[in-house]
Ligand binder design. Structure first.
Ligand SMILES: *Cc1c(COP(=O)(O)O)cnc(C)c1O
Ligand SMILES: [Zn+2]
Length: 415
């Protein structure tokens, strides 16, 4: 792993070598998130836009020299990444844009962006010779971790709030995970998981806590840039809970700028649900963060204690990013607009980003001629009970043509 220069603590700045520490900074404890620093000169000798052009591997592993894994580490079998970057014509027309792109992360193997992080995490677990792995999650990190573990024969132990959507629980059970549905919040499940992992020696994928996951998540930014022929977009909208995807997006574009593959940094806009917006508040008021009791339909971003807050707030400052919030109603409206104008079905957290774009456009934060990428971070089938709140289910009809005719007369009211 000579491509890694150091793991650097975001709090005290102390640097470690990758073999020296496993998770967070020993001096600072769980808040001392470690960031992976690379030797870009070395990496440039191993990979370039030109070499990528010849590379037939259309998955996150096309960027292996830019990831924190050993060159000879085997790659897990599930296909992760290289998700479509659409420019939906009708959505562009509806919202008045001409270069609005949708990155459909629901197309990953367990149907969310989390698969990018889990794939890298599983390689790290295998490099260590771990047989048992764990994580705490609102649902998507868990299902992706359990799926990735199953694909290579590792045993997974998963902590979720008992309120996690049933589809995500079903995924976990089908992947053979041992689940602990915790009578409490995600934030409590997170802390319990860390205790259990140190007690039982399970390899831990907890977001932010494990330094390598942001590296997996950054591949979404690498792909966006490559899919746009190494031209950075003007703006990128990202849904935010713990802030790891957000930092991953910053990290991906920062890598590309350091390598000289793009020539400017896009503006990154993080979107939180109004009822779960501690990062937004800390950013806006420039104050230390305060935990909240999260209340939102968007379960994947229903986070009261954002674990990656220090790094995320630093990144927003360094790269002049923005934060904003959207209401649950705006999220449901974005879900309908996306589905109807593009055929892409996102879960509530997955479309909070789009709700952010729609609001930002009304407020003049984004201009209609700008190139904008909206990351749709998870698939709508993961939480249909929320999706059904965005629509109205009609009453059943008699199996006769006359009842179809009658129904059609009323149909406008079912929009
Ligand atoms: C996890 C998740 C997010 C938020 O990611 P963070 O790294 O926690 O900010 C957004 N959308 C979906 C669908 C997710 O699963
Ligand atoms: Zn430290």
């Amino acid at each position: 792993m000579d491509q890694i220069k150091a793991l650097k603590c975001v709090l005290c700045g102390k640097e470690y070598s990758p073999g020296e520490v496993e998770y967070t900074c020993p001096a600072c404890g769980p808040e001392g998130i470690l960031e992976v620093l690379y030797d870009y000169e070395l990496i440039s000798r191993r990979i370039s836009p030109r070499s990528l052009k010849e590379d037939p591997d259309f998955s996150i592993w096309r960027y292996k020299p830019l990831l924190p894994v050993r060159e000879d580490s085997p790659i897990p079998p599930l296909h992760v990444g290289w998700t479509p970057l659409y420019r939906p014509r009708l959505l562009n027309e509806k919202l008045g844009f001409s270069h609005l792109f949708i990155k459909d992360e629901g197309r990953n193997p367990t149907a969310s962006l989390k698969d990018r992080a889990s794939a890298v995490g599983i390689v790290k677990a295998l490099e260590k010779g771990a047989r048992e792995v764990t994580c705490a999650s609102t649902g998507n990190a868990a299902s992706s971790w359990a799926g990735a573990a199953a694909s290579v024969g590792l045993k997974s132990y998963i902590f979720v709030p008992q309120t996690a959507p049933r589809a995500k629980l079903a995924q976990l059970l089908i992947f053979g995970a041992t689940i602990f549905p915790v009578k409490g919040s995600y934030d409590q499940a997170f802390d319990l998981c860390i205790q259990a992992s140190s007690r039982f020696g399970w390899y831990n994928r907890n977001t932010a806590f494990n330094p390598y996951l942001v590296e997996g998540k950054k591949t979404v930014a690498l792909e966006i840039a490559e899919q746009l022929a190494w031209k950075a977009p003007d703006k990128v909208f990202v849904s935010v809970g713990d802030g790891c995807i957000l930092s991953g997006v910053f990290k991906g574009f920062a890598d590309l700028l350091n390598l000289g593959w793009i020539d400017r940094f896009p503006q990154i806009i993080g979107v939180q649900a109004e009822g779960a917006s501690p990062l937004y508040r800390a950013w806006k008021e420039g104050k230390p963060f305060e935990p909240v009791e999260p209340v939102t339909i968007a379960d994947s971003i229903s986070v009261g204690i954002p674990r990656n807050r220090v790094m995320a707030l630093r990144d927003l400052k360094t790269w002049k990013g923005l934060m904003m919030t959207v209401t649950d109603d705006e999220i449901l409206e974005a879900m309908r607009v996306l589905g109807r104008q593009s055929g892409v079905f996102g879960e509530p957290a997955g479309v909070a980003s789009l709700a952010g774009l729609i609001k930002a456009s009304k407020e003049g934060i984004v201009q209609k001629e700008e190139a904008v990428v909206v990351i749709i971070s998870g698939n709508g089938l993961k939480d249909i009970s929320s999706a059904l709140k965005a629509v109205r289910m009609p009453e059943p009809i008699e199996p006769s043509l006359s009842s179809v005719e009658e129904y059609l007369k009323k149909a406008t009211s079912f929009q």
